[in-house]
Design a protein around this ligand. Structure first.
Ligand SMILES: Cc1cc2nc3c(=O)[nH]c(=O)nc-3n(C[C@H](O)[C@H](O)[C@H](O)COP(=O)(O)OP(=O)(O)OC[C@H]3O[C@@H](n4cnc5c(N)ncnc54)[C@H](O)[C@@H]3O)c2cc1C
Length: 431
């Protein structure tokens, strides 16, 4: 690097930053990937599973070579009421390549950085970018705690709370309603116990989304993923609901873990890790401006998370790749203007990133409006249905049915489900 000047600086070595760095390095461009952590992934946490499609496009041999934990072949939705639970479980037994794999971020992010370095990227860990250097409205470099670096293009990939995107004038202060606060614990359990509890064999794993019970009537959800010898379990709650709740997130998590159906999953397991992180939930309506002279923003820093399908890393990778492809064109033309970088916006619009975020632009608001139905009424009625079905008592069955039918009518569930049905239909037909 001459006089601390390089073609592209990428800030942040998460999924989006690594995608940008490897794409640029493979195209023969000089790229510096900067990460504040001692190692990539040290500061990162997620549920979590990475998705095969977008991951394979960047790292074709990741299934054979990367530190993956388990192939997620079982997907569960667990609904809790105050004491009971109902579980929908889907397990694929097909021979197709699984759609997702659980990974541990500290190992996974490091591996991705190694691939970027092998492709020719420079990597600077333990380097906190304090601010961007902006000259006549154009981003021309960065200030770190150690020294200043200059570049033709800066790609901001610093995650959800991107102070740098804000400094660049790309986005405003993040709203409370646009983020969820998430906490997660990692539980160590013998491998065989994990496999017994989830009916898995040694290579395969399960993921679950959990709603209701202690999380009812809030924009909140639990999540669970099986790793090789650990279970990742956590909850997320929107920041505005958390403020209304006046409860510390950890206390809510404790309540969640003590629900009998959750407690049995982690029984005898040892907590080996605790972490917390935010997820951007604002979606399409809260997306920042994506580029300006000399700068583009990718991944969580650009709010690119599909919160209905729990997709984040794949959109981060895809946006990182598309920004890098745009940077390659800009370098070849030696034109780093906002006009030229608008190609990134165009590429994103044509990809699933913007298409899917647009499809779900009003989904979070809709779910929030119907949160009681989704997180309290449905779990209650579903649990009650099974209790009625399997409760052999001395009460005649037609009396039992009559009471249950009355309960259903009184709850208004049929009426309350109409908007949900219409909403779901709309997503199928609206273009
Ligand atoms: C609880 C939880 C569960 C999730 N589950 C899933 C899941 O199962 N599947 C899925 O696909 N997605 C999931 N996500 C979302 C996913 O983690 C994110 O969408 C994804 O990590 C975004 O990648 P990114 O590279 O944009 O940002 P990040 O992964 O946040 O990476 C940003 C990087 O930038 C670095 N950085 C930040 N500021 C600076 C600075 N000033 N200087 C230098 N470096 C800096 C950070 O240390 C970090 O390494 C989950 C998220 C959470 C919080």
């Amino acid at each position: 690097m001459e006089n601390n000047k390089i073609q592209v600086i990428v800030i942040g070595a998460g999924p989006s930053g690594c995608a940008s760095a490897i794409t640029l390095a493979r195209a023969g461009k000089k790229v510096l990937l900067i990460e504040r952590g001692d190692n990539a992934g040290d500061k990162n946490m997620f549920g979590g599973a990475i998705f095969t499609q977008q991951t394979k496009e960047l790292y074709p041999n990741f299934i054979e070579e990367a530190p993956i934990e388990r192939a997620i072949i079982q997907h569960q939705i667990i609904m809790l009421n105050d004491n009971d639970s109902i579980k929908f479980s889907y397990k694929t037994n097909s021979n197709e390549i699984p759609n997702s794999y659980s990974v541990i971020r500290s190992k996974w992010d490091n591996w991705c950085v190694e691939q970027a370095i092998k492709a020719g990227a420079y990597f600077a860990p333990k380097t906190l970018v304090k601010e961007l250097i902006i000259e006549n409205g154009k981003v021309i470099g960065i200030k770190t705690e150690q020294e200043n670096y200059y570049s033709d293009i800066v790609i901001i990939a610093d995650g959800v709370n991107s102070l740098l995107a804000k400094q660049a004038g790309l986005r405003n202060e993040i709203k409370d309603s646009d983020v969820t606060v998430n906490i997660k614990e990692v539980f160590k359990l013998p491998k065989e116990k994990i496999e017994d509890r989830f009916l898995l064999d040694s290579a395969n794993g399960a993921g679950a989304k959990i709603l209701g019970g202690p999380l009812k009537n809030m924009f909140s959800m639990g999540f669970l993923y099986t790793n090789k010898e650990t279970i990742s379990l956590g909850i997320g709650i929107s920041l505005d609901d958390l403020k209304k709740l006046k409860m510390k997130p950890y206390d809510l998590f404790e309540k969640f873990k003590s629900h009998p159906s959750i407690a049995s999953i982690i029984k005898d397991a040892k907590i080996i890790e605790y972490s917390s992180h935010m997820i951007p939930e604002g979606g399409y309506n809260s997306m920042p401006k994506l580029y300006k002279d000399g700068v583009m923003v990718v991944g969580d820093a650009a709010m690119l998370v599909n919160n209905v399908h729990f997709e984040g890393t794949n959109l981060a990778m895809l946006s990182g790749k598309l920004a890098a492809e745009t940077a390659v064109v800009a370098i070849n033309k030696q034109d780093f203007s906002s006009k030229n970088l608008s190609l990134y916006g165009k590429k994103l619009k044509e990809s699933i990133v913007i298409k899917d975020l647009k499809t779900h632009k009003n989904s979070v608001d809709f779910v929030k409006k119907h949160i009681n139905t989704i997180t309290e009424l449905y779990p209650d009625l579903a649990c009650e249905f099974f209790r009625v079905l399997h409760n052999a008592s001395n009460e005649p069955k037609n009396e039992v049915y009559r009471k249950f039918l009355f309960r259903i009518l009184k709850s208004g569930v049929i009426f309350k489900s109409i908007p949900l049905g219409i909403f779901a239909m709309e997503k199928c037909i609206k273009r």
